[in-house]
Design a binder for this molecule. Structure first.
Ligand code: DLZ
Length: 517
């Protein structure tokens, strides 16, 4: 940029807290003005978990201070005295400085992009692409073009090659295999000691924000007495390094495990930092690769981790932008049952589901198997309303922004995109949950029974799901075995299972759900 470039008002959204990318990359201290705003519209478009709002607001305020320290002039509107909407904040900002252009990095959500495109402004709006991601929208589209199914695995290999991550000298995958997923599926048998997570220091800014959020969002989920999140790039980096030092070796093995003892197991808990710009995804991958090169962990652990960041994260973003906005309306399996009110309280007798829901509501966190195979699986089997389930996921998780949440929920967990992302639905009975962890031992239901008062509801619901959706799966070779197993059952057995499943469903998720949220 030359010295003649016009003075800009640079809008920085709450999930764009990275000084080296996006609209801030070319911002000039002493010339351009930065605008940040805590606004009602963004804080209320779903019933966000209070951890998410507190995390965002505190991280934004810390980021503002770091920009001021670097010599920037920052206009910052605080909640709730500030602004109703981003547009209102921008108009106020423009009236307070002499900027002749508004510069914005592309937002992470289609909803916000549409809104911004409609803004009536006294100055031109200059877009900057979001270069924090490792694959651009065009790159993803080019990869997807002409493919019938968009399997993450092939996109992931492209990314590994592009960034030369976990490759040998000849450009082949380290260790001879691209994917070590089969080493990453051990269940939890309480054999391993769990490391204590580092203590989070709550400074004055965070304390003030926590008070604000508790006051302004009294009906939102989230136990703020247990606030545990870092709010600066330095803290996020400390958590990454702690994960590499204390968890990475066992992360891979227990990636899919479910445990009574811990909401975290050996997971990294860094997705929220990546998603708001406090950590850089490529650097995170390189750090984990280095840990493997230095012998600190197995290849399967490093690969399992890198696959999530370099593969999965970029892949879901590609799907989101390629299909927006129509993707959000997909409902391939016609799932319309209302979301039961206990999704907002965790009040259920299914132990695994209760644990996953309670930690989700209290902490804004559940790991991927809890999201996919416990909560998502229940929603899939019960045929819960796709829109309502997606909105719930968007609200309750600290790391949820629509670009990542929507494909993960609608496509991956609910199969509502008809198989664009997943080669088969992630439907499972209670046996899977039993294998992966120790919730069943503490549950009032037994995974060995399909019908009767003690039977794990996942079992009959699983067969009901297979029965009701068989026409969707007839041509899917990966569903041949469950379909065959269902057909092998006698008519009487099938009828008994279906009848039991219906009664369970009416009890757990009534089709007419008075008072549902
Ligand atoms: C999630 C969120 C919340 C709760 N509040 C704000 C806010 O007050 N100001 C802001 O700039 N961003 C906020 N965000 C993040 C935005 O919702 C996010 O930038 C868009 O969803 C695009 O990804």
């Amino acid at each position: 940029m030359t010295a003649m470039a016009p003075r800009a008002l640079v809008l920085v959204l709450g999930d764009q807290l990275d000084p080296h990318h996006g609209a801030l990359k070319e911002a000039r201290p002493g010339v351009d003005t930065i605008l940040m705003a805590e606004v009602v519209e963004e804080a209320t478009y779903v019933r966000h978990n209070r951890h998410k709002i507190a995390f965002l607001f505190s991280a934004m305020r810390h980021f503002r201070n770091s920009l001021i320290e670097r010599g920037f002039s920052v206009l910052y509107y605080s909640y709730p005295d500030g602004m109703k909407s981003l547009q209102q904040a921008v108009l106020a900002g423009l009236s307070q400085c002499d900027a002749t252009v508004l510069r914005c990095c592309e937002p992470g959500e289609y909803r916000v992009l549409q809104d911004m495109r409609d803004w009536q402004l006294p100055v031109p709006l200059e877009w900057v692409s979001d270069d924090r991601f490792l694959a651009s929208g065009e790159e993803f589209r080019a990869w997807a073009q002409g493919r019938k199914q968009l399997r993450m695995e092939y996109f992931y290999r492209l990314m590994r090659r592009k960034y030369r991550v976990l490759l040998d000298e000849g450009g082949n995958p380290a260790g001879g295999k691209w994917n070590y997923d089969s080493d990453n599926r051990q269940g939890w048998r309480n054999k391993e000691e769990l490391p204590d997570r580092p203590h989070t220091t709550i400074d004055d800014i965070t304390a003030e924000v926590i008070e604000l959020v508790a006051r302004e969002f009294p009906d939102n989920p989230g136990d703020l007495d247990r606030f545990y999140l870092g709010v600066t790039a330095e803290q996020a980096e400390d958590y990454l390094q702690w994960f590499i030092g204390h968890c990475l070796t066992r992360f891979g093995r227990y990636q899919d495990a479910l445990a009574e003892e811990s909401p975290w197991l050996f997971h990294a808990l860094i997705s929220m930092y990546l998603n708001v710009g406090l950590l850089d995804p490529l650097r995170v991958c390189r750090e984990v690769e280095r840990a493997w090169q230095e012998g600190c962990c197995d290849l399967s652990a490093a690969e399992g981790f890198i696959r999530q960041v370099l593969g999965w994260r970029e892949y879901v973003r590609g799907i989101y932008w390629m299909t927006a906005p129509e993707y959000a309306a997909r409902n391939a399996l016609d799932a319309h049952r209302p979301l039961p009110p206990w999704f907002w309280s965790g009040d259920t007798e299914l132990r695994c589901l209760e644990a996953a829901l309670r930690q989700t509501l209290d902490l804004g966190y559940a790991h991927h198997i809890q999201r996919l195979m416990v909560i998502g699986n229940f929603a899939l089997l019960a045929g819960l309303n796709v829109r309502e389930v997606c909105d719930w996921y968007l609200a309750v998780y600290v790391d949820a922004f629509e670009w990542v949440e929507l494909p993960n929920t609608l496509g991956m967990a609910l199969y509502a995109d008809g198989g664009l992302m997943a080669s088969k639905p992630y439907a499972a009975s209670g046996k899977y949950i039993q294998r992966q962890g120790n919730h069943c031992a503490a549950c009032r239901y037994t995974p060995a029974r399909v019908t009767g008062p003690d039977a794990c509801p996942y079992n009959s619901l699983y067969w009901r799901f297979i029965h009701r959706n068989n026409k969707h799966f007839n041509n899917n070779s990966r569903m041949a075995l469950p379909l065959k197993n269902w057909q092998r059952k006698s008519n009487e057995e099938q009828a008994a299972i279906l009848q039991w499943a219906d009664s369970q469903l009416e009890h757990l998720a009534p089709s007419k759900c008075l008072g549902s949220e």
